[in-house]
Every structure is written in C-alpha cells, then in structure tokens.
Design a protein around this ligand. Structure first.
Ligand SMILES: NC(=O)C1=CN([C@@H]2O[C@H](COP(=O)(O)OP(=O)(O)OC[C@H]3O[C@@H](n4cnc5c(N)ncnc54)[C@H](OP(=O)(O)O)[C@@H]3O)[C@@H](O)[C@H]2O)C=CC1
Ligand SMILES: CCCCCCC/C=C/C=O
Length: 332
C-alpha cells in the first residue's frame, strides 16, 4: 500500500490565490489488481503549475477537489505491458505525488526523446505550452516570413517559444516582459526587440519605438489594458491570437473597456481566441517539430524549478506574480 500526498482546493480563489486556499491531504492508494482498472502505480517526478489552473478551477472544480494539473510521472509498478516499470509518461492526474491508472489516459514521451534531455520539458517547450505557441502562431496568427510578431508574457513558457518559433519562421520579433532580467533573457534567445512593460513610461511609445511600422501578428497572453493599447499598433489586415488573459484571471470585478471594435474595423483585423486542445489530432506533429528544434538548439528552454511537492501552492502563486523565467515546474 502506498500513501499519496495531494493538494486540494480548500476554498475557491477570491482575487489573487493564497496559500490558505489549499490543503495538503494524504490518500491511501489500493494495491494493483489483475484485470480491472488498477493496472499501474505511478509517481510524479515533475509537476506543472500553469495559469489556466486559476480560471479552470472556478469553472471545473468544487471545493475539496484535488487541484487540476499535469505531471511527468514514472511507472513504479505495472500490470500493463505497454508501460514497463521505469517508463516515463505525461499524465493529467492533478497535484498528487502518486496515482493509479489503467494507462488509457497516459501519454508516452516522443520515442526520439534523447536520454540527456530533461523530461520536465514535456511539460513546457515540448509539451502543452510549446504546442500552444506552435499552433497559435501557425494556425491562428498565420505568420509569414518577413512579418513582425508581438508577444507579451514573452519570457514565460508559451511566450519564449512563440518568439523563437517566429524567428525560425523568418519574422521580426518584439517581446514584452515584467523584469529587466527577463528582457535580457529575451535578447539572449534572439528576440529583435524587448522591453520591460512595467518600467516603460508609455507602453504606446515603447510599442511604436520597437516597430514603427506596426505589427502583423500579436500573440496575446495577457489581455486587458496591454491588449487594448497594442491593438492600435496593428498593421492593416493584422492577426491577433487571443491565447490568454492573465492580467484578468484574478479580477473579482471585470475590467472595463476601452473596446476594440473601432481599430478592428478600420484595420480590418482578425482576432481569434483558441485553446490548444483544438489540435489534439496534430499533437504528434507539433511535439516532433518542437523536440527537433530543442535538440538542435534552435529553441532554447529555461525552467524555473521549485523543489518539493509541499511548495506547489507557492510555485503556482509565484508564477501568477511573474516570478518565473521560462516554464514554472515543481520537482517532487
Ligand atoms: N489558449 C491556450 O490553449 C493556452 C493559453 N495559455 C495562456 O498563455 C499565457 C501564458 O501562459 P504560460 O506561458 O504558461 O505562463 P508564463 O510562464 O508566461 O507565466 C505567467 C506570466 O504571466 C505574466 N503575468 C502575470 N500577471 C500579469 C499581468 N497582470 N499582466 C501581464 N503579465 C502578467 C508574468 O510574466 P511578466 O513578468 O512578464 O509579467 C508571468 O511570469 C496565459 O495567459 C495562459 O493562460 C497557456 C497555455 C494554453
Ligand atoms: C494538458 C491540459 C490541457 C490544458 C489546456 C490549457 C488551455 C489553457 C487555457 C488558458 O490558459
């Protein structure tokens, strides 16, 4: 018998999440059984903390539920020959140290995963955030060589891949992030222009200076005020991929306009929200491309690793506050 630890949502978040909104529980897991669903015992090795957990907790969870989330896990015991002991998988089993599965809900890492590559990247650049960048740029922004791409939250899990994929695709890339260290990182990984949106005197001026001719594509991770200013810098027929709205996730009272219809009409813009799971049928294609670029060194990855399962709420809250450079990960 194994005792798992799990973080539950004790109280729905009101405004910014607090550590007191979470509770750490222990759960006795039953032994595996021949036949039936208890075929695999897995232990989480790396867990992901992501912005979507904030809005999805309100939509999909009730108080007392285990926090939603994904992990890279190792097979510890197996009665399913498709997953031998030691096999690593990506699972969606929430914030828990151990869990039982029949294997149907598990994803193997791509078969060409090099032994030397950290498996935690399967939660970042070679996982859901990387796929978000890939499909958002190709299918929603429809970026073309020679175009100018703007991305915010640019030093994060999605944004850092967006910028690097746009460079691979022959675009000029402008990134905005919330600290000077993040801006220095963006320049290091090849962004053409980058600035700290928290310290510029005018966001409007900073966007104009970074690309006086405007932007063909805007990959929006932030929404709110940033987006309402950036829209005025779009070129005619520009495309806006509405990926996230992290500046609004913790609002108790919805933000008011300005509203976007007028610039959308005059510039004949396309603005499309999307969720990465729309392209689940092309997951393999996306992961294969991302893995290749990472292995070739064309996409660089930084991870903000928090040690210790007990620190999951802190890592989650830290990520929402912008403390992460690259993908926020918890190592059990
Ligand atoms: N549509 C989809 O399918 C998906 C959407 N997303 C969305 O993409 C966005 C980025 O996610 P991800 O890369 O995982 O997270 P990040 O790794 O970018 O971490 C979140 C970052 O958001 C920034 N941020 C936080 N609060 C604010 C704020 N009020 N204003 C501006 N920036 C803020 C911080 O960076 P900084 O220091 O720069 O402020 C922080 O580091 C999120 O909005 C997320 O919801 C993610 C995955 C899939
Ligand atoms: C692998 C889990 C699927 C999560 C889908 C995330 C969609 C994100 C939306 C906003 O952040």
């Amino acid at each position: 018998m194994v005792t798992a630890k799990a973080w539950v949502l004790k109280k729905h978040f009101e405004g910014f999440p607090k550590t007191s909104d979470f509770d750490l529980k222990t759960i006795e897991l039953p032994n595996l059984k021949d036949g039936g669903k208890r075929k695999l015992l897995l232990e989480s090795v790396f867990l992901s903390v992501d912005p979507y957990m904030r809005p999805y907790s309100r939509r999909d969870m009730k108080e007392g539920d285990i926090m939603i989330g994904t992990q890279v896990a190792r097979t510890v015991e197996s009665k399913n020959p498709a997953f031998t002991v030691g096999t690593f998988v990506v699972a969606r089993s929430g914030w828990r140290t151990h869990f039982i599965s029949d294997g149907k809900d598990l994803q193997l890492l791509p078969s060409s995963w090099p032994e030397s590559l950290p498996k935690s990247l399967a939660l970042g650049a070679v996982g859901m955030p990387g796929l978000t960048a890939y499909f958002g740029l190709l299918e929603v922004c429809k970026m073309k060589p020679g175009e100018t791409v703007l991305v915010n939250a640019a030093a994060g899990a999605v944004g850092s891949v967006v910028g690097q994929l746009a460079k691979i695709g022959g675009c000029k890339v402008v990134g905005c992030a919330g600290s000077d260290a993040k801006v220095a990182y963006l320049k290091k990984i090849g962004f053409d222009e980058a600035f700290n949106y928290k310290t510029v005197t005018s966001l409007d001026e900073a966007l104009r200076k970074a690309s006086p001719d405007g932007y063909d594509c805007f990959f929006d991770n932030v929404g709110g005020k940033f987006a309402s200013i950036a829209i005025n810098h779009m070129k005619k027929y520009g495309r806006i991929a509405v990926c996230g709205a992290i500046s609004q996730y913790n609002d108790s009272v919805p933000q008011q306009g300005p509203y976007m219809q007028v610039p959308m009409i005059f510039k004949e813009l396309q603005m499309e929200g999307f969720i990465v799971t729309r392209w689940n049928n092309r997951r393999e294609e996306g992961l294969k491309a991302l893995l290749k670029w990472v292995v070739e060194g064309k996409v660089k990855c930084h991870e903000q690793v928090t040690e210790g399962f007990e620190n999951m709420p802190m890592a989650f809250i830290g990520m929402l506050k912008g403390e992460n450079l690259g993908k926020a990960i918890v190592k059990v």
